[in-house]
Design a protein around this ligand. Structure first.
Ligand code: DGL
Length: 266
């Protein structure tokens, strides 16, 4: 029997990637872990994020997964710190998105991400390796991921926060392409579109799922038959995950429940 794939995020955001995995890799069995108890990661320091992520990776190691997707931009900024510690391949979300941006042939864009993602300049660095002349602006959101993780998508706070970001983006100059560089944001893409339908919002989830398919194909572990399953595990409340599965019109999960995973110790 083929092993499952692990997908992790600081909370519900990575489900935006799972939606694409269900489309692109329909036969795969997915175990998702969202660390909603500790969200937002984007306001934490690197060592804290490292320890929390190691705990999730160790859990996936125990579950004997064949690959892990880091469906979180914040954690993906430090993906290289994890790769040599595990036998399974680790696919981050930033590199496939940078590939996609390069293929789009665009010249300028705004990266909208968490405080941590923007501070590390991870996108900017990788993009500049491809092309020196990109015009890149960035906008950080210390609040949006946490608000989305609470599950009230029509709240005034979410509208006000997104509208504030769109206003500051409009003052940056003539930008059209906005990279939703936090997996929580595409959950409220409808609010972005309602507030400014003239912009092009880039959702990295699909690109990461494509990168995962390539890795599975290369290692010869792509599952080619049978209906894939989805188990959603969280350190927080399962109700919010149920609501996101419905909102994103994903295929249903067999199981959505709260579990405790052991903290990571060196
Ligand atoms: N969903 C995560 C990301 O893609 C992080 C949100 C957070 O925990 O701050 O960056």
């Amino acid at each position: 029997m083929e092993k499952p794939i692990g997908v992790l995020d600081s909370g519900v955001g990575g489900l935006t990637v799972v939606k694409s995995i269900q489309k692109i890799l329909p036969h795969e069995d997915i175990i998702y872990f969202g660390d909603s108890k500790n969200v937002p990661y984007g306001n934490r320091d690197e060592e804290e994020i490292y320890r929390l992520t190691m705990a999730m990776l160790k859990y996936f190691e125990k579950r004997d997964v064949k690959m892990v997707a880091i469906a979180c931009n914040t954690i993906s900024t430090m993906a290289d710190r994890f790769r040599d510690k595990f036998d399974f391949p680790i696919v981050d979300i930033i590199s496939p998105t940078v590939d996609h941006i390069e293929n789009m042939g665009i010249n300028k864009m705004v990266i909208l991400g968490t405080d941590f993602t923007i501070r590390t300049k991870a996108y900017e660095r990788l993009l500049r390796e491809r092309r020196k002349d990109y015009e890149i602006s960035s906008e950080k959101s210390p609040r949006l991921a946490e608000l989305v993780d609470k599950g009230d998508y029509r709240s005034r706070e979410i509208y006000d926060t997104i509208s504030g970001h769109l206003q500051s983006i409009s003052q940056m100059g003539n930008f059209y392409n906005i990279v939703l560089a936090c997996t929580h944001y595409p959950i409220v893409e409808d609010v972005f579109l309602e507030l400014d339908p003239t912009l092009n919002y880039i959702n990295p989830g699909f690109q990461q799922a494509k990168a995962m398919r390539m890795v599975l194909h290369a290692q010869g572990t792509l599952k080619k038959e049978g209906k894939g399953t989805l188990q959603i595990l969280t350190s927080g409340f399962p109700e919010i995950y149920k609501a996101v599965v419905e909102k994103l019109e994903m295929l249903e999960a067999e199981d959505i429940k709260t579990i405790e995973i052991p903290p990571y110790k060196e």
